[in-house]
Every structure is written in structure tokens, then in C-alpha cells.
Design a protein around this ligand. Structure first.
Ligand SMILES: Cc1cc2nc3c(=O)[nH]c(=O)nc-3n(C[C@H](O)[C@H](O)[C@H](O)COP(=O)(O)OP(=O)(O)OC[C@H]3O[C@@H](n4cnc5c(N)ncnc54)[C@H](O)[C@@H]3O)c2cc1C
Length: 399
């Protein structure tokens, strides 16, 4: 029995690792030559850290360079508020590890390679599905060495929000819309900079800074489709907007020399009605693209992979073809947490973000944020929602 996985993101790499660890023959096809892409989330949440703990990998993982985020702080107008405190979570590692995603993926690849049944093929793009009647029985893969067909007992589409594989399977996600997009840019970091400053909301803008140890990865949230207007105003005006929100960045905004330094990330929130068909399962962003709110996309992708492994490994071990009921069980297990998380993200998008982006001038924190900032015990609630999410998965014994 064998499995092939399209896409070496968090979902595909984690599932590949778990299957190989269980002795199942698995090939992960990743279309890029490496994992080094800038526009990926960098947050490894407490629930993912707990999975690494359950797998006995946590100590090695935490040897990689990372920063620990124990609380989330935001500045709304001129008020700085602590919004979440992870230190009371019922897990072993009570923080978010901020680590470039390529380090996390390389780590999973390295761990996978310890098992003989694990194969990772880079520069291998899944271009077609191979069918026998209704059943998916393999993929066609394009590589620099030529195209070939690979047969598999199960194909997993873990190829992200723009999944070609799900399209080839005839699936079309239901789109829930988003009022925002994100501009993604880097600014250098200096020794005297404030530490772990997360988000600033003011002047009708939202600016988030992620500490990537030697530089700041910055995200400016803009109204959907708003880039044209921003470009029309010119790069100088964008730099001025950034400085207006964070005056201490004035000495380095010139690093944003031209529009090449600024990438547009299009935010999507969508979900498939059916995540599977005979011989094929979609997981991670391919099944449900998440809004960046809460930075939970990687986390959900990992939880999908763990749930899929828990359900599918016994089926692979049985040695007969994977029944459609097993694939349905994966969707049933993961659909509710996805729905609940997306519902919460849509509520925030439409009630908070949309309003902020439409506002002129200074902003003062709404009552709910002031209450969060003033009553530390309340900070445990968002910490739980963001850090652990709904319906946490565990690696089952024997799997
Ligand atoms: C602006 C923005 C910021 C975000 N920030 C965060 C954050 O801070 N924290 C967080 O948790 N999440 C964040 N997310 C979401 C997060 O990046 C995704 O939810 C997560 O990466 C999904 O993992 P995945 O494995 O399902 O898909 P992906 O990470 O998209 O991985 C899919 C992989 O498949 C490969 N691939 C695609 N097509 C093929 C093919 N045909 N054949 C072979 N390989 C293929 C791709 O190259 C890619 O490596 C953010 C998203 C956005 C848009």
C-alpha cells in the first residue's frame, strides 16, 4: 500500500512524516526546488508544539533558532494592551514558537528521511490525476527529468489554497469573501527596537510585525483590491503611513526602495463541501483556506494531517484499498473545527477589520479590548482559541 501527497507545506510534510513513521510507503511531491518562500506564516502554535512533544521531537525542534511568544500585545490608538496570555494553557510548551516556515518544513523533511518508506521529491509538480473509472489511482508528475505517472492507493491533495489537484478532482470551494488583503515587506531590526511588538491599529490601518530574529517581517492590512490606490499615491506615501503608525521605523523605511520590496498576499477564506472522493483526500488549505487572523492556518493544516494519519494508518495496515468511509471520517473529524474557526475569523474580519480599514484618524480601543487588557484572567480565552483551537488532535498510540 502506498500514498502520494501533492504539496510539501505543513499539511503534506506532517502527513508524509506520520505515514512513514508508521511504515507506510509515502511520496511527497513538492513543485518548488526548496522550502524557501517568504510569504508563509511563521507561527508554530502550542497545539503543534504538543504534537511534536507527543512524537518525541520537541527537544530537537526547539534547538532551531526561534523566538518564544508568551503573550500577544497590541497597540490600538495610543493604548498598548495585552490581549492574550499563553502561560496558563494546559500543554507542555506554553508559547508560540516564531520560526521561519522553511526551517519547520526542513525539520519535518529531515525527520521523515529517517524512515526508509519516506520519499520527498522536490521540483516535482503534480499536474494530473489518473483515474480508473471514478477512482483516483495515481498522479502525473512533471519534473526536470521529464514527466511520469505514479500509481498510489491514496492521493492526498495538500497543495494549498490554489490547489490544482482539487480542481482536477472536480472540486470547487465555497468562497466566503474577505474585506482585506495584506502587503508583506521586510524591515531591518535594531538592538534598541521594542521586543515582541505585535500589532498596531490606528489611522484606519493595521500593521503587524513578526520578529524573525534578525529582521522584522511586516504585514500591512489593506482593503481588498486597495493596492492600486496605494500605488497611485506612491511609495513615499506608503513609507509615511508606516512611520505615522510606528515613528521608530523612520530610520529604515527607505529600505522599501520600490514596489519590488512589497508583495501582495491575497486573503481568501473558503472551504470545500466534500474533501474526498474515491482514492483522493484534500487537507489543509486545499480543503479550507483560512484568513490570516489568529495565524492559525498552519495549525489547522497540522491538525488535519494528524487526524488523517490517525484514521488512515489502520486502513493502510489492513492492506486493502482505502474505503471511502475512512476518507469521510477525516472530513467529519476536521470540518467542525474548520467551520468554527472560519466563522470566528469572518466575524472579526467583518466587524472589526472592515470597520478599522474604513476609519479616518485616531482610534481608541473598543470596550471588549479594554476589558481584555485590564483583566488578565480574560487574556486566557483568546490564548486558548488561538493557541489550541477547537478539537485538538493527538497522535494516537500505535499510530
Ligand atoms: C497573508 C497570510 C499570512 C499568514 N500568516 C500565517 C501565520 O502567521 N500563521 C499561520 O499559521 N498561518 C498563516 N497563514 C496561513 C498559512 O500559511 C496556511 O494556512 C498554511 O501554510 C497551509 O498549509 P498547507 O500545507 O495546507 O498549504 P501550503 O502551505 O500552501 O503548502 C502547499 C504546498 O504545495 C505546493 N504545491 C502547490 N501546488 C503543487 C502541485 N501541483 N504539485 C506539487 N506541489 C504543489 C506549494 O509549493 C506548497 O509548498 C497566512 C496566510 C496568509 C495569506
Amino acid at each position: 500500500m502506498n500514498c502520494c501527497i501533492a504539496g510539501g507545506g505543513p499539511a503534506g510534510m506532517m502527513l508524509g512524516f506520520l505515514l512513514a513513521r508508521a511504515g507506510i510507503s509515502v511520496t511527497v511531491f513538492e513543485k518548488h526546488a526548496d522550502f524557501f518562500r517568504d510569504f508563509r506564516g511563521d507561527t508554530v502554535h502550542p497545539s503543534t508544539l504538543e504534537i511534536l512533544y507527543e512524537l518525541g521531537l520537541i527537544e530537537e525542534f526547539l534547538k532551531l533558532p526561534h523566538s518564544k511568544v508568551r503573550t500577544l500585545t497590541g497597540q490600538i490608538g495610543d493604548t498598548t494592551l495585552r490581549l492574550a496570555d499563553f502561560s496558563h494553557l494546559p500543554v507542555h510548551y506554553k508559547f508560540i514558537a516564531l520560526m521561519p516556515q522553511w526551517d519547520f518544513l526542513n525539520f519535518l523533511a529531515e525527520q521523515g528521511r529517517k524512515y526508509p518508506s519516506f520519499k520527498l521529491e522536490m521540483e516535482a509538480e503534480v499536474t494530473e490525476l489518473v483515474f480508473d473509472g471514478d477512482r483516483v489511482i495515481g498522479v502525473r508528475v512533471k519534473t526536470p527529468r521529464g514527466d511520469r505517472e505514479v500509481r498510489a492507493d491514496l492521493v492526498v491533495a495538500a497543495d494549498g489554497r490554489d490547489s490544482d489537484v482539487r480542481e482536477r478532482a472536480g472540486f470547487q470551494p465555497v468562497d466566503f469573501g474577505s474585506p482585506m488583503d495584506v502587503l508583506w515587506m521586510r524591515l531591518s531590526k535594531k538592538a534598541r527596537d521594542p521586543s515582541q511588538l505585535f500589532g498596531r491599529i490606528d489611522f484606519g490601518r493595521i500593521f503587524v510585525m513578526l520578529d524573525r530574529t534578525d529582521y522584522w517581517q511586516c504585514a500591512m492590512v489593506i482593503p481588498k483590491g486597495g493596492l492600486e490606490e496605494i500605488r497611485r499615491r506612491g511609495i513615499e506615501a506608503l513609507r509615511a503611513d508606516i512611520v505615522e503608525m510606528n515613528p521608530w521605523l523612520e530610520d529604515r523605511v527607505d529600505e522599501l526602495r520600490d514596489w519590488d520590496a512589497i508583495k501582495l498576499l491575497t486573503v481568501q477564506v473558503n472551504r470545500l463541501r466534500e474533501w474526498y472522493r474515491l482514492g483522493l483526500l484534500c487537507i489543509g488549505d486545499a480543503a479550507h483556506a483560512m484568513s490570516p487572523i489568529g495565524g492559525v492556518g498552519i495549525n489547522l493544516a497540522i491538525q488535519d494531517a494528524v487526524a488523517a494519519a490517525n484514521i488512515l494508518i489502520p486502513e493502510f495496515r489492513r492492506g486493502s484499498s482505502i474505503p471511502i468511509e475512512a476518507l469521510r471520517k477525516v472530513q467529519e473529524r476536521r470540518e467542525l473545527p474548520t467551520r468554527v474557526t472560519q466563522r470566528a475569523q469572518l466575524l472579526i474580519q467583518n466587524n472589526v477589520i472592515k470597520r478599522v480599514l474604513g476609519r479616518q484618524g485616531r482610534i481608541s480601543p473598543p470596550l471588549i479590548f479594554r476589558a481584555l487588557g485590564a483583566i488578565p484572567v480574560l487574556q486566557r480565552i483568546p490564548a486558548r482559541l488561538v493557541g489550541l483551537g477547537f478539537r485538538r488532535e493527538h497522535v494516537l498510540p500505535g499510530v
